[in-house]
Design a protein around this ligand. Structure first.
Ligand code: NAP
Length: 349
């Protein structure tokens, strides 16, 4: 992601614009911190650089990445380019659904008026810039709300299962963190691809996990993953931070582990040492142990949009808010968890 902000640039690269507002309401922060560090403010409407468009945002979503970017933790995020001492991008939010209102040079196939979904830079605002290679046209039978909550978590789940996990029909797949943003998509996509899914979540979310398509739902408070009673061809580890030795006991002798994430891994690296150890260990094992960073690209957004359009997946939306309620919604998500995604719906959009 380009972490520089376009909020003060002039519109010389815009080749097509409509008569839109010059200022907008946005969820803004100028330092890393908790939900108390963010506020509603007025900003200039961003302008598109080459290869970008401006989207009038109809809806966005909260996911774990929003919390990481808000707090600047783990610290690795800051070194990765999001701002060492303060955030480079004052506006939070990545998931987006809305209408194109300005097209920069090299705006690709997009035109003013196109309804789109994908990834934007600073989507908790009335307008946001987006790279054209992170947007697709929103299928006409996919609602703004469903489109807005799907991209970030959905493409992560899709890549974990397909490009990285190489899932095949009939495989036994274990999804750890099955009730959350990424997990709720992983259960549905794996099921749609013909896998037999076991989902791990807390007791209160087991019904949700079954409704999403899991054949078995396991309470992580009751049953450790290596005591479920079977081994798995593919484990998608999204949450829980199980030690590698336990993950490997739950994995078939030639199975594949895909580490997506997991919290409580420490404030410096977020526990990425586990990912590195897995990759190194994989060289000496018949088990394939992997970890990856999701690629934000139309290569994955297109097939995700198709799955939404043909009804093979439907997002689980556990909470919703407007721009003014984003800080409270992030606090609820962080402290209590939310089943599936939290929708951010802009009033009147
Ligand atoms: N690799 C990448 O590129 C990438 C991309 C996106 C996200 N991520 C990472 O993936 C992780 C999940 O993101 P998310 O947005 O899906 O977060 P999320 O919505 O908070 O989902 C996490 C889920 O994990 C469950 N959980 C908590 N403790 C657990 C345990 N001990 N065992 C099993 N499940 C447990 C929670 O459900 P219950 O309350 O039901 O337990 C929660 O719903 C984060 O660490 C995030 O940073 C990585």
């Amino acid at each position: 992601m380009d972490t520089t902000t376009n909020h003060t640039t002039t519109p010389e690269t815009a080749s097509a614009t409509d008569k839109r507002a010059t200022s907008m309401t946005a969820v803004v922060r100028h330092r890393y911190g908790g939900p108390e560090s963010i506020e509603l403010d007025r900003l200039d409407v961003p302008t598109p650089k080459s290869g970008q468009v401006v989207v009038e945002v109809a809806a966005s979503a909260i996911d774990r990445g929003v919390v990481h970017l808000m707090t600047g933790l783990p610290l690795l995020i800051r070194i990765a380019g999001f701002g060492l001492f303060r955030p480079k991008q004052p506006v939070l939010g990545s998931d987006v659904a809305g209408r194109v209102v300005a097209v920069g040079a090299d705006g690709g196939r997009f035109q003013v008026g196109d309804e789109v979904m994908g990834v934007a830079d600073g989507a908790f605002a009335e307008y946001a810039v987006a790279d054209v290679d992170k947007l697709v046209l929103r299928p006409s039978n996919v609602s703004v709300e469903d489109a807005a909550v799907s991209t970030i978590s959905g493409i992560t789940a899709l890549q974990a299962l397909t490009a990285v996990g190489r899932v095949t029909p009939g495989q036994r797949v274990l999804v750890i963190g099955a009730s959350g943003g990424v997990g709720s998509f992983a259960v549905q996509i794996a099921t749609a691809l013909g896998a037999q899914v076991t989902g791990v979540a807390s007791a209160k979310n087991l019904d949700n996990v079954r409704t999403l398509g899991a054949v078995h739902a396991v309470d992580h408070g009751m049953t450790p993953i290596d005591e479920i009673g079977s081994t798995f061809d593919l484990i998608i580890d999204i949450a829980g931070r199980n030690p590698l030795r336990r993950l490997r006991r739950a994995l078939a002798p030639t199975g594949t582990l895909v580490i997506v994430g997991g919290e409580d891994g420490g404030t410096i690296t977020g526990g990425t040492g586990r990912n590195v150890r897995a990759i190194l260990l994989s060289m000496f094992s018949r088990q394939r142990l992997t970890a990856f960073i999701s690629k934000e690209s139309t290569e994955f957004i297109e097939p995700l949009a198709e799955m939404l359009a043909d009804g093979s997946i439907a997002p689980l939306v556990g909470a919703r808010t407007d721009l003014a309620g984003v800080a409270d919604a992030i606090a609820t998500f962080d402290q209590h968890g939310v089943a599936g995604k939290t929708l951010v719906r802009l009033e009147g959009a």
